[in-house]
Design a protein around this ligand. Structure first.
Ligand SMILES: [Cu+2]
Length: 147
């Protein structure tokens, strides 16, 4: 009888710890000022930008981005090579402890391929960001008109 009692108590305690840990992990990183560019009619590619803030005391790495609007979202970086602006895929984005990384035009950005629908101004697009510490961040990005 005694053992069963302690077992139950331990289980509840363990569950509580897991819950606290999850809340903690997700609150360490947040995204602000995010937006996505409306897609040009006839094109199925666009880009998304945002600022990632890491409020924790350990580096956190953005590893994966998923969304209902595309099955192929990559992290890209712009760089100058031989006087020309080029884009290349990078595997991940490291956000150092107590620091932020800005994804912006002509810099780091999310490249969204194979759009399932045209994105027009005032759409709100859901994205899920998955980080190295196992946390997921669900955000909604407004769509702005392309220039
Ligand atoms: Cu790109």
């Amino acid at each position: 009888m005694k053992n069963i009692h302690y077992g139950k108590f331990f289980l509840i305690f363990a569950l509580l710890l897991v819950m606290i840990n999850n809340t903690h992990a997700t609150s360490l990183i947040n995204a602000e000022d995010g937006y996505m560019k409306a897609s040009i009619p006839g094109s199925d590619i666009t880009a998304a930008y945002m600022t990632l803030n890491n409020t924790g005391d350990k580096a956190i790495t953005l590893q994966k981005i998923t969304s209902t609007i595309s099955d192929r979202i990559e992290i890209h970086e712009h760089s100058m090579a031989d006087g020309m602006m080029r884009m290349r895929e990078v595997a991940e984005v490291v956000v150092e402890a107590k620091a932020q990384v800005v994804l912006q035009p002509s810099g780091l950005h999310l490249m969204i391929f194979d759009l399932k629908k045209q994105l027009v101004e005032q759409d709100l697009i859901p994205l899920t960001l998955t980080f190295s510490n196992g946390s997921k961040l669900n955000i909604q990005l407004p769509v702005y008109r392309y220039k």
